[in-house]
Design a protein around this ligand. Structure first.
Ligand SMILES: [Zn+2]
Ligand SMILES: [Zn+2]
Ligand SMILES: [Zn+2]
Length: 171
């Protein structure tokens, strides 16, 4: 489990403890799936997280009224390494090859973690706004699979912070 679950998340966004505002900006790393051709993205991909994984990836919740933090964790949101969040702003450590090393296919499917912000107003969450695109700093590839054959590659250690792990179990 991450730092937050649904119960703790809803409690954090209920009302600002300082100004009573009920609108928050939530920062999270969220699961995103992407198809690439010769290591170039074909589109912006799609979010693939479910409810539990959304709460799991949250590392900051800030009041939009007065900027007070309702939740603020310096730890990596994927492996929980203490202070690990500071190491998540790098380029992806796992990089998609131009072609599959097994079959030379150029079409690969990537499972990624993308930084995003989500506005939450009176418990209603808007669609996430991506804070980075594929190839940017902070956009991390966790897993690569060939669309043509069985070849796969998984990031070593934590795909977000580069820590040696182990990765914690996700909900
Ligand atoms: Zn406030
Ligand atoms: Zn980590
Ligand atoms: Zn292949």
């Amino acid at each position: 489990m991450g730092q937050l679950d649904e119960h703790k998340f809803e409690a954090a966004i209920a009302s600002c403890t300082k100004c009573d505002f009920k609108a928050f900006e939530v920062s999270a790393y969220l699961d995103r799936q992407l198809s690439v051709l010769a290591a170039k993205s074909q589109n912006n991909g799609q979010w693939t997280y479910d409810e539990a994984k959304f709460f799991d990836g949250v590392f900051r919740i800030q009041c939009i009224g007065c900027q007070t933090m309702a939740f603020d964790s310096p730890d990596c949101p994927r492996c929980n390494r203490a202070g690990g969040l500071a190491d998540t702003g790098t380029m992806s450590r796992l990089v998609a090859p131009m072609r599959c090393p097994e079959c030379q296919g150029a079409e690969l499917k990537l499972m990624c973690f993308a930084p995003a912000t989500v506005k939450a107003v009176e418990h209603q969450r808007a669609a996430p706004t991506p804070m980075a695109l594929f190839g940017d700093e902070g956009y991390h590839v966790a897993h690569i699979a060939c669309e043509t054959c069985e070849w796969q590659q998984t990031a070593e250690g934590c795909p977000l912070c580069g820590g040696s792990g182990p990765l914690r179990t996700r909900p």
